[in-house]
Design a protein around this ligand. Structure first.
Ligand code: AMP
Length: 463
């Protein structure tokens, strides 16, 4: 769960990176960073990183110091390595052949094995982040061309990686051979832009050129754009993360050549078809449940109403009352609208249930605001397995759907009924084509990359 951005040869490179990161803020709120360089002094990389939100980290004076016409940036949500400032990206190093900067989205499955191998060979690490491994592998690669060094380094890693790299003569964008995480290519005038999602291109008024293909590396230099394949895994199957479409990406983005909003709307329609409810209203859990609720209302013919309002001013820290005020955490974020709910049988649509604690609080809140019946509908299948490819999910034991059956989950949550989209319905809604083009491991346990390492990890957790 991170976002990456890069721009090559633009007079306001760092400012545009700042805006791009702002548009990608939903992909990570723990830290952000920008690295910038100029053609005149291409061995000097200026970097600024910070904890928190993009708008709080970068001020006008800070951005002025990040001068130069080339820049990459990163927003981070830690899924590996903890949330301290030392893990904020992009990372920069002085390698033998010049400076390197890297921003990474995804998780490397064989991180621990690679790290202990490197440590045995004398490597010293300053972070717990799996991205630092990539820098070590890059620094050790011997090929004269940077693209070949990137390919050689990546041949050793298993897992999910969308990368933006900057070296002294260009920027590089890479998607792993399965294409777990998104990456798009855009153009702003003559400048090339790389971004996790198209919403970043829209904000800076760049046009979408195309999606970077799974297993593709694009190298952008003074000579223009050059594309090549990471040939090390010719058998890799395309496995875009379906949860990006379910929850993670922004609805106004287009990723994996699909509109995120359309995919969510279609999920709501499939849900209404598979799990109708005898009810008076459809209400969304804002914001994540809104597009699917619209789809549910569309197909079911039930009226759509805002029965829950979301506050957009919930800070990171707040003072909890010592005397128990029940459901306090959720109350800060969501408020029920009594006039909509009173005496009504409502269908509540949300995108997913992870631990079940949020849904339980929402159902209690709706009942106390007068809802006569609460039918919970979830626009994805039950989350029963953890993700090893970059989505933050707890261990299997903490996933409510892995512990309890449908009735047990419904009882815990306190709803009158509960239903999820089926796995087949999910693939239908995202217009998956045969053979399977999406990773659905969090719903099925069918991992396709680093399977042996994942098996070992899961056994270790159970032991
Ligand atoms: P819970 O069941 O209480 O653990 O939380 C479920 C809620 O968290 C759902 O409303 C989702 O919108 C949201 N959610 C799902 N996956 C994630 C994730 N990986 N990180 C943060 N929030 C998530």
């Amino acid at each position: 769960m991170c976002g990456v951005f890069g721009i090559w040869e633009h007079p306001e490179a760092a400012k545009l990176t700042y805006l791009g990161l702002h548009a990608l803020q939903h992909r990570g709120q723990e830290s952000a960073g920008i690295v910038a360089a100029s053609a005149e002094n291409k061995t000097r990389f200026d970097r600024h990183i910070g904890l928190g939100l993009v708008a709080d980290i970068f001020s006008e004076p800070v951005l002025k110091q990040l001068s130069g016409r080339r820049s990459i940036g990163h927003v981070r949500y830690s899924t590996a390595g903890g949330s301290g400032i030392q893990n904020a990206q992009p990372f920069t190093v002085e390698a033998q052949r010049g400076p390197l900067a890297i921003g990474h989205n995804g998780n490397l499955v064989n991180y621990e094995d690679l790290r202990s191998d490197l440590e045995r060979q004398g490597a010293i690490f300053t972070t717990r982040s799996d991205t630092e491994i990539l820098l070590h592998l890059l620094a050790r690669a011997r090929a004269p061309r940077i693209e070949d060094r990137v390919r050689d380094a990546l041949a050793q890693v298993e897992g999910a990686y969308t990368l933006v790299l900057m070296h002294q003569d260009g920027i590089i964008g890479v998607r792993d051979p399965s294409g777990y995480r998104p990456l798009v290519l855009g153009k702003l005038g003559d400048s090339y832009v790389l971004a996790s999602e198209t919403c970043a291109l829209d904000l800076i008024e760049a046009t979408l050129v195309r999606e970077i293909e799974p297993g593709e590396m694009v190298s952008i230099t003074a000579k223009g754009l050059h594309s090549e394949r990471l040939v090390h895994d010719p058998d890799a199957k395309r496995r875009a993360c379906v949860f990006e479409l379910v929850y993670f990406a922004r609805p106004n983005s287009q990723i994996f050549d699909r509109s995120v909003h359309e995919a969510r709307f279609a999920l709501g329609q499939v849900l209404a078809k598979e799990a109708p409810a005898d009810a008076d209203l459809v209400i969304p859990v804002p914001d994540s449940g809104v597009p699917a609720s619209l789809g549910y209302a569309d197909l079911s013919g039930l009226p759509f109403r805002y029965g829950l309002i979301r506050s957009h001013y919930v800070g990171r820290t707040f003072i909890e009352p010592e005397q128990a005020i029940r459901h306090f955490g959720v109350k800060l974020k969501l408020s029920a609208v009594r006039s909509v709910l009173e005496g009504k049988r409502v269908v509540v649509v949300d995108d997913s249930i992870v631990r079940g604690t949020t849904s339980r609080k929402i159902v209690a809140m709706l009942r106390s605001a007068g809802a006569a019946e609460v039918h919970l509908r979830i626009s994805s299948p039950p989350t029963t397995f953890p993700c090893f490819y970059g989505i933050d999910t707890p261990t299997r034991e903490e996933l409510i759907a892995a512990r309890l059956d449908l009735k047990g989950t419904c009882d815990f949550i306190g709803a009158d009924s509960l239903a999820y989209v089926s796995v087949a319905g999910l693939h239908q809604a995202v217009k998956d084509t045969h053979p399977k083009g999406f990773c659905d491991a969090c719903f099925t346990g069918e991992y396709d990359t680093g399977v042996d390492t994942i098996r070992k990890k899961m056994l270790k957790v159970v032991a």
